[in-house]
Design a protein around this ligand. Sequence first.
Ligand SMILES: C[S@@+](CC[C@H](N)C(=O)[O-])C[C@H]1O[C@@H](n2cnc3c(N)ncnc32)[C@H](O)[C@@H]1O
Length: 228
Amino acid sequence: MFGRIAHRYDLANKVLSCGIDIYWRSRLVAAVGRSRPRNVLDLATGSGDVAFAMARGLHPSIRVFGLDFCEPMLERAERRKARRLWLYSGVDFLLGDALEIPVGEATFDAVTIAFGLRNMADRARCLSEIRRVLKPEGRLFILEFSQPRRWVRPAYYLYLRRLVPTLAGILTGDRRAYEYLGYTIGGFPRREALSEELRMAGFGDVSSSPMTMGIVAIHEALRQPAVS
Ligand SMILES: C[S@@+](CC[C@H](N)C(=O)[O-])C[C@H]1O[C@@H](n2cnc3c(N)ncnc32)[C@H](O)[C@@H]1O
């Protein structure tokens, strides 16, 4: 599905979020920066938006790896990198499955996943893999849709279920992919439930910050030595 929309994925993001996604990603990058990592793995990197934002916003010595299992998305990311190689030379892309991350354990100081956890076929397995590749005391940062405040929900879901598929159908030619978006957002756990899943998966120091009336949230968690 992501392969079908890759050619217009970035444009659709900007239009459908009215550009606010740039702000959401910048908040994610700022949170990662505060943890002072030396290397970061960006899972479900797609066309590389978060990986590139980290290359621009964090110290140039930080190595960033973007992983995705969708080749057309990664091809797009590689083309974007090639256009600004002087800025993005510290970013590398890997083809791979987030449910079986092709790197050894305790490799990364930080893992980011933006609008990707919701799409994982097996969320518990993905969290277990993230925990495996994080160094002890390494940090996980999740940027994901959440449940907006009660009073905005009617308008929000109307937008998501009616307007978004129509607009996205025009922009990407694939209305069904964006009907799926509304479905996955509705089915994704609320902040408290996701925090509990993170604790169950062996993470500690779990926190979350809602943004834009709760439409999205940043979740942070620390890799703890052993699953409790
Ligand atoms: C909505 S896009 C998010 C892309 C990017 N992180 C962003 O912020 O725009 C979700 C991405 O997750 C990827 N994805 C879904 N399941 C995956 C898996 N098991 N392993 C690797 N990538 C996966 C898809 O290929 C797609 O590129």
